[in-house]
Structure formats: structure tokens, C-alpha cells
Design a protein around this ligand. Structure first.
Ligand SMILES: [Mn+2]
Length: 140
């Protein structure tokens, strides 16, 4: 199992691969707001644990194992953003809140949150009902 920090790296690398087709140390450092030397260190660790293949001057690619977990991490992030959006969390808080909680939930909890998101998405009146509760609570 990757640590929370490893998860952040795998998630970012997966996102960069999807959007640009490659991931550079500099763009990972920028995305995670860390020093490039930290990225190099982590990339070496991820290589050792077989999440990616790293060759010093040629860059790196995610292995099948890295891609599989990357996909799940991105799915988890997007699901949690959707969840917070549905329960009425303000847009400006959503990204940071997801970054804060995503590593600390079991996949069991993620799956149940997925059920709840589906519950709300299959009938929009449920979302409206929840909004009403939130508004009533604000008034008090
Ligand atoms: Mn994330």
C-alpha cells in the first residue's frame, strides 16, 4: 500500500500523463508545491516499489500497477469533490478539503460515499431537499 505522500505523487503523475502524455520532475514539483529534489527522491522510491519505471535522463512512465492505482486515486478525488459539492460545500473549499481527507478514508467508506452520491444523483429532488435543510439551518 502506498503512503499518503506516495499517493499524492502517483495521483499527480497520473493526471500529468493523462493531460500531457508525460510527467517531468519540474511539473510534478510545481503541482505539489515541493522542491524538485524531493520529487527525484520520491520517483526513485516509486520506481523501487514498482509503481513507475525511471531512467535518469529519459524520464519515466507509470507501470501497469502504477496506472491502476493512479486511476483509482483520481476516481477517489473526483468522487469526493462531487460528494462535497452535493452536500453544499462552497466551491472555494472543495479542492483543499478533498486533499485533506482523501488519504484518510478506507475504500469501504469511499464505496459507501459513492452509493450516497448515486442516491442523490438519481433523483434531483433529493439534492433540493438537502439544500432546503442547509438553508433552514443557516437561518437559525
Ligand atoms: Mn487529490
Amino acid at each position: 500500500m502506498p503512503t499518503p505522500s506516495m499517493e499524492d505523487y502517483i495521483e499527480q503523475i497520473y493526471n500529468l500523463m493523462e493531460s500531457k502524455g508525460y510527467a517531468r520532475v519540474s511539473s510534478i514539483a510545481e503541482a505539489l508545491e515541493v522542491h524538485p529534489s524531493s520529487v527525484t527522491k520520491m520517483v526513485q522510491k516509486l520506481d523501487k516499489d514498482n509503481y513507475l519505471d525511471y531512467e535518469k535522463y529519459r524520464g519515466f512512465v507509470l507501470t501497469a500497477k502504477g496506472k491502476k492505482i493512479g486511476e483509482r486515486l483520481v476516481f477517489r478525488h473526483e468522487l469526493l469533490e462531487e460528494f462535497l459539492g452535493i452536500i453544499g460545500v462552497e466551491e472555494e473549499n472543495i479542492y483543499e478539503d478533498v486533499e485533506g481527507i482523501e488519504h484518510h478514508l478506507s475504500w469501504n467508506s469511499i464505496d459507501r460515499i459513492g452509493d450516497l452520491v448515486n442516491y442523490f444523483k438519481t433523483d434531483n429532488s433529493r439534492v433540493e431537499e438537502l439544500k432546503k435543510i442547509a438553508e433552514d439551518n443557516k437561518k437559525e
